[in-house]
Design a protein around this ligand. Structure first.
Ligand SMILES: C[S@@+](CC[C@H](N)C(=O)[O-])C[C@H]1O[C@@H](n2cnc3c(N)ncnc32)[C@H](O)[C@@H]1O
Ligand SMILES: Nc1nc2[nH]cc(C(=O)O)c2c(=O)[nH]1
Ligand code: SF4
Ligand SMILES: [Mg+2]
Length: 248
């Protein structure tokens, strides 16, 4: 008897949550209606990560291996079948085999944006409607290999690519300036950090909005003082509206 081929899992995607439609709360596409697909697993662990439920392996039993067809069916259910922008986030979505999901979704009229830290490169970056690269500043405790970030930019080819840097303090601001110097051609978005991200098991809405507002004003002052007129300073709109609530 011939060998029975194993069930292929090559194309299943580790999903933490699928939610929406809501609005994109951050960066270049702020305010745009979108559905989020948040993948499980990350090669980083930022000290202030607001999505640890999709990062900590402790939560992996809440993640589900899904074929792209099932993810698309869920997206279609959420949108009533009307095509929308789908935002791929995580965790680090670049670690997942998202090529077939993007291909199948685009065939049905959906478009795809992705948020990633720029530590992993995939050829299908070129198929995105927008690639948001968010290298991590010193306060995160993580390091950045700029050659890999540059490779992400190259690999995205004609796909619109932007930088989004979280800023908590002076060192982070200097890092954002460095990123902008290294990638002069890319639009850059500065986002004040949220010091009170939820613990992963918690869905509490409590957030230090006053602290965020203060950092936002400080950030605006810095940009104006430095005549950094190419920068865009934006808050996390979803945090302003719903605090740390999950699934919005
Ligand atoms: C949760 S991450 C997932 C995607 C990818 N791992 C990344 O970091 O780009 C999505 C975005 O949220 C930002 N973010 C995470 N924690 C934050 C916090 N406490 N305050 C502000 N932004 C935060 C990240 O920097 C990133 O731009
Ligand atoms: N509304 C909303 N906008 C977002 N932009 C980036 C998010 C993320 O966690 O990646 C996010 C999120 O979780 N919710
Ligand atoms: S890279 Fe993104 S998902 Fe991973 S730990 Fe940092 S903020 Fe969280
Ligand atoms: Mg978030």
């Amino acid at each position: 008897m011939g060998r029975v081929p194993p069930m292929t899992t090559r194309d299943t995607i580790r999903v933490s949550e699928i939610f929406g439609p809501t609005i994109q709360g951050e960066g270049a596409l702020i305010g745009q209606p979108t559905v989020f697909v948040r993948t499980g697993g990350c090669d980083y662990r930022c000290s202030w990560c607001d999505s640890l439920h999709a990062v900590d392996s402790e939560y992996r039993d809440t993640w589900k291996a899904m074929p792209p067809e099932d993810i698309l069916a869920e997206i279609e259910k959420l949108t009533g079948g009307k095509p929308i922008m789908v935002t791929l986030s995580g965790g680090n979505p670049a670690t997942q085999p998202l090529d077939r999901l993007i291909e199948q979704g685009k065939a049905k009229g959906y478009s795809f944006a992705m948020e990633t830290q720029g530590s992993v490169v995939k050829p299908w970056f070129a198929d995105l409607q927008m690639l948001v690269l968010s290298p991590k500043p010193p306060s995160s405790g993580m390091g950045t290999d700029w050659r890999v970030v540059a490779n992400c930019v190259r690999t995205a080819k004609a796909a619109p690519t932007v930088l989004k840097i979280v800023v908590f303090d002076e060192a982070d601001y200097a890092f954002a300036r460095e990123a902008s110097e290294r990638f002069r051609e890319l639009p850059i978005y500065l986002q004040p950090g949220n010091h009170t991200p939820p613990p992963p098991e918690d869905d509490s809405a409590t957030v230090d909005q006053e602290g965020i507002d203060e950092r936002m004003r400080w950030l605006v002052d810095k940009v104006v003082e430095d005549k950094w007129y190419g920068a865009r300073v934006l808050p996390q709109l979803h945090v302003m509206l719903w605090g740390n609530k999950r699934g919005v």
